[in-house]
Design a protein around this ligand. Structure first.
Ligand code: UD1
Ligand code: CA
Length: 458
């Protein structure tokens, strides 16, 4: 949370269709680090203490709104029917935001890498200067291309922004570009925006025009310089991959700085919300989906896929383990190779060492689940629960047909199909008794080799 007390409202522009993604999904819903890019922006707005937060979307983008609500709980929604430019888009939020105090932040839904530190710098810049009506995040890109250029006055303040299409030769030579991120003094925002005209190359209402309008009204404007990596706007799948790479690089550095060992950092992928304590060891080729929390001392072995799971202190997972959503491992749990867990609550000290599927289940403390044990949780229509008590021992290759309960201290003989509850400390065996015929194997071999010889001769 930000410490400043100025009220902040945020407008997140997300009405663009993003045709270059060539996708049926709105551009801002494509994920970076397993979270839709607009989700990163909503989270950032929350983190700097913005309330209200308004999302500007085009018609039919209910799925974008749903992501906003999932993250912020509450968002105001403005539908921009036609995309007539960035100023037009911000103005679309006026009816839902109403009169505001403090600062109005303008963010883009397709710019997910912006950091809280940089955004707070913009807010502080405005806070520190009561004459400043617009503070803009600028950056120096490798290639200025189509970006708007920030024209600075002699005193270093921001004079105006010119769009590349409307710029003179001299203006095009300016290196400092507009990221699009902007803070506007809220009590003049609507008044300034209402003055924006569309007499430009694109016949659009440019948000960037409010810099010159603010100055004409007697205010100043300021530019804050940020890093190109933070303001990468995503328009194509290629840029999506670049953003992912930047995000993952940052995440790997952050975790290593916090005391996590990554044997091969470049092969480990985190979600935006992954939480990992110190002294965790992660082997190569591990993927984290959303909603994962890993406690201290955990060892995650190579090629594991972990999604929506909580892993307790000193547990080991993998190699080749798959933890699916709503799985919780207590302390000192062992989940070994080729084990899949889904909605499994595995208590401290339990071991599921090899080749198992444990779904919709609870596994008691210190239980030992033998190799190849399967919880049969689904009958083709509905799912059912398996409850395995404390200290239970399940023999290898057993099928536990849910709903079923194994009481504390119960045992299941290898190869059993358990369809009924087993009481605590009882032993259940469902396989047929073994029959043995002395010399039978030798007899069989003699008979079969004779048959084979006869067939060859024929
Ligand atoms: C804008 C800036 C430019 C800056 C660049 C940075 C203006 C006029 N220009 O240009 O100075 O260098 O961003 O990337 O602001 N959007 C809407 N409704 C609209 C128009 C846009 O929601 O009617 C949204 C888009 O979905 C996008 C964002 O606003 O997320 C930016 O719009 P875009 O058209 O991409 O602006 P640029 O031309 O790139
Ligand atoms: Ca753009």
């Amino acid at each position: 949370m930000s410490t400043q007390s100025t009220p902040i409202a945020a407008v997140i522009l997300a009405a663009g269709k993003g045709t270059r993604m060539k996708s049926s999904l709105p551009k801002v819903l494509h994920p970076v680090a397993s979270v839709p890019m607009v989700g990163h922006v909503v989270k950032l707005a929350l983190d700097v203490g913005a309330a209200p937060i308004a999302l500007v979307v085009a018609e039919g983008m209910e799925n974008v709104v749903a992501v906003g609500r999932e993250i912020a709980g509450e968002v105001d929604v403005a539908i921009q029917k036609e995309q007539n430019g960035t100023a037009h888009a911000v103005l679309a939020a006026r009816p839902v935001l109403g009169e505001l105090d403090g600062i109005l932040l303008v963010l883009y839904g397709d710019t997910p890498l912006l950091t809280q530190t940089t955004l707070e710098q913009i807010i502080e810049t405005m806070d520190a200067d009561s004459k400043c009506a617009v503070a803009v995040l600028g950056f120096i890109p490798e290639d200025a291309g189509a970006y708007g250029r920030l024209v600075l006055a002699d005193d270093g303040t921001l004079e105006k922004i010119v769009e590349a299409k409307d710029a003179t030769e001299d203006e095009l030579a300016i290196e400092l570009c507009n990221s699009g991120v902007m803070a506007i003094r809220a009590n003049v925002a609507w008044k300034l925006l209402a003055q924006v005209k569309n007499d430009n190359a694109k016949k659009e209402y440019y948000l960037t025009d409010i810099v010159a309008l603010a100055r004409a009204a007697g205010y100043t404007a300021l530019a804050v310089e940020g890093d190109e990596d933070e303001v990468l706007g995503i328009n194509s799948r290629n840029e999506l991959a670049i953003a992912e790479a930047i995000f993952q690089y940052r995440a790997r550095q952050k975790f290593m700085d916090a005391g996590v060992t990554l044997i091969d950092p470049d092969s480990v992928y985190f979600a935006a919300d992954t939480a990992i304590a110190n002294d965790v060891l992660i082997e190569p080729n591990v993927f984290f989906g959303t909603g994962v929390t890993v406690a201290s001392g955990v060892h995650i072995k190579a090629f594991s896929h972990i999604d929506g799971a909580t892993i307790g202190t000193n547990s080991t997972v993998g190699p080749f383990a798959r933890l699916r959503p709503n799985t919780t491992l207590g302390a000192d749990v062992k989940v070994g190779n080729f084990v899949e867990l889904k909605a499994a609550d595995v208590k401290a000290g339990a071991k599921i060492s090899h080749l198992s599927y444990i779904g919709d289940a609870s596994v008691g403390e210190d239980a030992n689940i033998g190799a190849g044990t399967i919880t049969c949780n689904y009958d083709g229509y509905l799912k059912y629960k398996t409850t395995i008590g404390k200290g239970v021992f399940v023999g290898s290759n057993s099928a536990l047909v849910a709903p079923v309960t194994l009481g504390d201290g119960a045992m299941v003989g290898a190869g059993s199909v358990i369809t009924e509850d087993v009481a605590g400390d009882a032993i259940a065996l469902t396989r047929t008794a073994q029959t043995v015929k002395a010399g039978g194997a030798k007899e069989f071999r003699t008979k079969k080799s004779a048959e084979k010889l006869a067939k060859k001769k024929a």
